[in-house]
Design a protein. Structure first.
Length: 396
């Protein structure tokens, strides 16, 4: 087995169980290793530290599979890790009965680059690292054994694979497409899931509890849902008794699916919702010039900062969208604002919203800090796993 030898003094993150080994920390590779191969990780003095997947084309040269230098990385390893991840969710009472569930959450479940989302009897896997890609067959087999699912779709088409030197891979890894369109029920609301062409693995499972919070807050309110995608927040607001919901997105296909989702829930009032295809920034400015005001504004934009290198430019976009949102609020109105950008940390995001409050001329208080759903755990030694952060704010 080849070995990664670290530069002197660069072993501290690993001793604190951080699972990434950056290129600047690597002194040399001893032996030969292909992308995805398992390598031993040694401190500069030769002390064994971990076993990792080698990725020579990425800035993250190694992703740690195990901090036990003697543990064997084989099919049985992935069977144990996937089963442990699935079992963790089974033991959480809050997740019981959910038809859409994240089953494996990458580094936080000890499986860097491995995502698995379950939608009833269908599981979608997304493999984003060279190591995960190399062990594809073992991972698919482990997911099937742990869940008993009928089918598994491989959605390994995320842009991050390019940084690992990997081509996109999509298709049915196990079983065949279901006869009918796939859907799930989330807190009483039925939603379509497009595992083949939808965002992420077909649905934003990480916002489940935040959508429920919207439902709890929406009664009697005028709601503006920006970047609404297929209407998850909008339909929960309607289920909660919103007076009216205006939903904006730039994607016509997403809005068509949102309308289909509404049609699948005949108990929801279709006369209380409006779908609008438009550039969100421009439409929010137009709404302000028209004198429109709302009681609850939801801002769930796409990833403006995929890495720290994009953070400054992304911060301007986040500030602008929050200024617009705050200026559209009635006195006492609520702003629910999110960032899913890994390059924007929680403290930075709060600072951005605070600057937006000053620019908007509003007195703003935090009512609640928001995060990803419970099936998206964050490893304490891996703060990068806390990619989704949000604030529920009240404006005077």
């Amino acid at each position: 087995m080849a070995q990664i030898v670290l530069m002197p003094g660069r072993d501290r993150p690993l001793t604190h169980r951080h699972p990434w080994i950056f290129a600047a920390a690597v002194d040399r590779l001893v032996g030969r290793a292909r992308p995805g191969d398992t390598v031993d990780v040694l401190a500069a003095n030769g002390r064994p530290l971990a076993r990792a997947a080698w990725s020579p084309q990425s800035k993250i040269r190694g992703r740690v599979w195990t901090f036990d230098p003697q543990e064997v990385i084989d099919d049985a390893f992935f069977k144990r890790r996937v089963e442990a991840a699935v079992q963790r969710r089974r033991l959480m009472p809050e997740l019981r009965g959910q038809e859409g569930l994240r089953l494996v959450h990458g580094e936080s479940d000890g499986l860097p680059g491995v995502i698995a989302d379950g939608y009833r009897d269908t599981v979608v896997v997304q493999l984003t690292s060279a190591g995960a890609d190399k062990w594809r067959k073992a991972i698919v087999r482990a997911v099937q054994l742990a869940t008993g699912c009928a089918r598994i779709f491989d959605r390994s088409d995320s842009e991050v694979r390019r940084l690992e030197g990997l081509e996109p891979v999509t298709g049915w890894a196990l079983g065949e497409a279901p006869d009918a369109p796939l859907s799930i029920v989330e807190y009483g609301v039925r939603m379509r899931v497009d595992v083949v062409a939808g965002h992420k693995t077909g649905f934003y499972l990480d916002q489940r509890e935040n959508r429920l919070l919207t439902r709890e807050l929406a009664r009697g309110r005028l709601v503006l849902n920006c970047f609404c995608y297929t209407g998850g927040f909008s339909l929960q607001a309607l289920a909660g008794g919103a007076r009216h919901v205006l939903s904006i997105d730039s994607s016509a296909p997403a809005l068509r699916m949102a309308e289909e989702n509404l049609a699948m829930n005949p108990e929801l009032r279709s006369d209380c919702v409006e779908w609008r295809e438009a550039d969100v920034f421009e439409e929010m400015r137009a709404l302000r010039s028209q004198g429109r005001r709302f009681d609850l504004v939801i801002l769930d934009p796409p990833k403006f900062a995929p890495s720290i290198a994009h953070a400054e430019r992304a911060a301007r976009a986040y500030r602008d969208i929050n200024v617009l949102g705050l200026r559209l609020l009635n006195p006492g109105g609520l702003l629910m604002s999110f960032s899913c950008s890994g390059g924007i940390r929680r403290e930075h995001f709060q600072q951005i919203v605070a600057e937006a409050a000053v620019d908007s001329g509003r007195e703003v208080r935090i009512r609640r800090r928001l995060a990803a759903s419970l099936d998206h755990p964050v490893l304490l030694s891996f703060s990068e796993g806390e990619y989704l952060k949000g604030l529920l704010c009240e404006a005077d």
